[in-house]
Design a protein around this ligand. Structure first.
Ligand SMILES: NC(=O)C1=CN([C@@H]2O[C@H](COP(=O)(O)OP(=O)(O)OC[C@H]3O[C@@H](n4cnc5c(N)ncnc54)[C@H](OP(=O)(O)O)[C@@H]3O)[C@@H](O)[C@H]2O)C=CC1
Ligand SMILES: Nc1nc(O)c(N)c(N[C@@H]2O[C@H](COP(=O)(O)O)[C@@H](O)[C@H]2O)n1
Length: 216
């Protein structure tokens, strides 16, 4: 058993979720409120280690009203236990789970254990199926996947995403090194593309929100 997973992100019209320099403030104010309402409805928020290193995110509900208990569990996918101990994802605003692999240096794992629950899943890279199974065992039924592109790819190709919700901002940045909604190795044939079904689309301020379910 695994949690129900909603991938949420904001991208420019040309599909970038960050520029090559890591600048990633894309959503308008209304969309940010939607994101935080969604966070409040989820049991956990999951990101990849590169997102933590790039953004030093809080990953809490802080743009809409929230009681302390409304903060979801924060989950970082971090094979080598590189999460810096002083980063905000390890502050006491909410509980944090760090998914590491068996290859993570023990001294870094021990340091993280002082501030977070560490789940070991996978030998070299985090085994996402196993991590999600463990999270489900911890009571996490609804999980919001908040990027970045590399983790989005692994989660989608692993069949671990149920819904995709994207804010498309009226901006274009270009750049072959800029991160897109989904990167990774990519699928070779269109016939093998991950198929989605559009459920809803609407505008929020200047942004267009599109919501899809992933076909099974
Ligand atoms: N606009 C938006 O909505 C958002 C934008 N962003 C932006 O995205 C960028 C980061 O994206 P990106 O660089 O792709 O990094 P990710 O945040 O996707 O992190 C990827 C890393 O996660 C670790 N990982 C561990 N196990 C796995 C696995 N099984 N599959 C995939 N990854 C795994 C790997 O590092 P290791 O092997 O060391 O563990 C991998 O390099 C940032 O600039 C951030 O600002 C991020 C979120 C939302
Ligand atoms: N939905 C959305 N829109 C954007 O424009 C974004 N840059 C992001 N980024 C994600 O949110 C995290 C920051 O969260 P906090 O405000 O610090 O709690 C960031 O790390 C990305 O995962 N998302």
């Amino acid at each position: 058993m695994r949690p129900y997973v909603i991938l949420n992100a904001a991208m420019t019209l040309d599909g970038k979720i960050a520029t090559a320099t890591g600048s990633s403030e894309i959503s308008g104010e209304e969309d940010l409120r939607r994101v935080h309402e969604l966070r409040r409805e989820c049991d956990a928020i999951m990101v990849g280690i590169n997102t933590v290193l790039a953004d030093d995110p809080r990953l809490t509900v802080h743009r809409v009203d929230a009681a302390p208990g409304d903060n979801p569990v924060r989950v970082v996918v971090d094979s080598m236990a590189r999460t810096p101990p002083h980063f905000r994802v390890l502050n006491d605003e909410a509980p944090t789970v760090i998914g590491v692999s068996e290859s993570a240096p023990p001294e870094r794992v021990a340091e993280l254990r002082k501030r977070a629950e560490v789940v070991v899943a996978g030998t070299r890279r985090v085994d996402l199926h196993l991590l999600l199974e463990r999270l489900h065992g911890m009571g996490i039924e609804r999980l919001m996947l908040e990027g970045g592109s590399t983790l989005n790819y692994s989660m989608l190709t692993g069949g671990l995403v149920d819904e995709v919700r994207v804010c498309i901002a009226p901006m274009i940045v270009g750049g072959r090194d800029a991160r897109t909604l989904v990167d990774g190795e990519g699928i070779d044939e269109m016939a093998d593309a991950i198929r989605l079904e559009l459920k809803r689309s609407y505008t929020l301020g200047e942004d267009l929100i599109v919501e899809y379910t992933v076909k099974g």
